[in-house]
Design a protein around this ligand. Structure first.
Ligand SMILES: [Zn+2]
Length: 401
């Protein structure tokens, strides 16, 4: 199923599926067919999310949500997102073959947008599903100048307004997302799966260092105000600070130098700064410390440094109850469990605002993802299947789920 879905693409020769694209519609048809075979009632909502619902054996009952995203980055691997949609379908198909009936309803969700490729804005699918799509988002435009609103109007045959949440929080048991780890920790621990304890919060900034451009041959070293030398000192200070604090990651991933010539002293340098940690206070105090360091470097070198915040997401703690239940199932399936922090954002970030959420990470080869060589061993997929099956059966057996 993963291989077949991995061939559904908008670009010949490589896997790319973006929001509302022809390949996304073919993916919905393919996966929707598998959902129907597993006994689910299938629909696509006005945001392009694929939803397969299995009713409880007796009404009234709450609903458990299981899912992930069906869109991909450009030149993607076939596991990121897809695994969290297909694996629950496999589990429900098996329970159906065995004649197991669940006392709660299950909805399997294939979100239409998580990667932020087409409109440089992530989570459109889960925001739509949870009634959190902001009206301003509809004005974002893709590379061809098509707005989110126009794309959604075309998709819905002419009319579109942001939908209400598919569920009230009180009608839900929670949301479980299975996802590849996209990191090296499970591999290092030699474990197939682990349970996510929190999704790291993150802050992004644009920094600008201003000095004075000048002739590289005639300006003596003591008289220079070199913006790049100051920024370079800061880059190493950021690395040192993050290395000294467990779980803290900080990255300067983009940098531009101007005027930008071999014989001109850099007068201005702009760069990004991104900082993540599972606990917001740790991230905040790191940022205060970095602010002081930048100011010290600037003052010592006669530079000016300006900070502009471009993004801020609080950390998301996973539900202790669901996480403990998943943990139990992981120990049953592989003998030992491991709590992991997710450094990357996931649909669970958005779903956690509606309902209790938890995540299961599955080991991927060399921690490689967002890459065509992304790979998960079949034996690890089998462990993940066992965990989700055990989790559902345990929840079904609980006195009042
Ligand atoms: Zn993903």
């Amino acid at each position: 199923m993963l291989a077949e879905l991995g061939r559904v693409t908008d670009e010949p020769g490589r896997l790319t599926r973006t929001f509302l694209s022809p390949a996304m519609q073919r993916a919905n048809a393919l996966v929707g067919g598998w959902m129907a075979e597993a006994g689910l009632r299938v629909r696509v909502d006005s945001i392009g999310n694929l939803i397969g619902r299995l009713e409880a054996n007796a009404a009234p009952a709450k609903t458990l949500l299981l899912g992930s995203h069906l869109d991909t980055v450009r030149d993607a691997g076939k596991f990121d997102g897809a695994l969290g949609v297909l694996l629950p379908i496999m589990v429900l198909a098996e329970l159906r073959r065995r004649g197991v009936k669940l006392p709660f309803a299950v909805e399997v969700l294939g979100f239409s947008e998580e990667e932020g490729v087409r409109f440089a804005s992530a989570y459109l699918g889960s925001e739509g599903y949870t009634g959190r799509l902001q009206p301003g988002t509809l004005n974002l435009r893709d590379a061809k100048g098509v707005s989110v609103g126009d794309a959604l109007r075309k998709f819905n045959g002419g009319k579109f307004s942001p939908p209400k949440s598919a569920h009230a929080g009180r009608d839900l048991l929670g949301y479980i997302e299975v996802h590849i780890e996209q990191g090296p920790v499970l591999g290092k621990e030699n474990l197939a799966v682990g349970v996510v304890s929190a999704i790291a919060g993150q802050s992004r900034f644009k920094l600008t260092w201003t000095g004075r451009a000048g002739h590289a041959g005639t300006t003596p070293m003591p008289l220079r105000r070199d913006a790049l030398a100051g920024a370079a000192e800061f880059v190493l200070a950021v690395e040192k600070l993050a290395r000294g604090k467990s779980g803290l990651v900080a990255t300067i991933g983009e940098l531009s130098v101007s005027p930008g010539a071999a014989n001109v002293i850099p007068g201005e340098v702009g760069h990004t700064l991104e900082v993540r940690h599972a606990r917001d206070p740790v991230r905040h105090s790191a940022l205060v410390r970095l602010g002081r360091l930048a100011a010290q470097i600037a003052s010592r070198r006669g530079l000016q440094v300006n900070w502009r915040r471009t993004q801020e997401h609080a950390a998301v703690a996973c539900s202790p109850v669901l996480t403990a239940a998943l943990d139990h199932s992981v120990r049953t399936a592989q003998g030992r469990s491991l709590a992991l922090v997710s450094g990357a954002g996931h649909d669970a970030v958005v779903l956690s605002r509606l309902t209790s959420s938890a995540m299961l990470f599955v080991r991927c080869r060399d921690g490689l993802s967002h890459h065509p060589r992304e790979q998960v061993a079949p034996a690890d997929l089998a462990v993940a299947l066992e965990v989700i099956k055990d989790f559902l059966l345990r929840l079904a057996a609980a006195p009042s789920p």
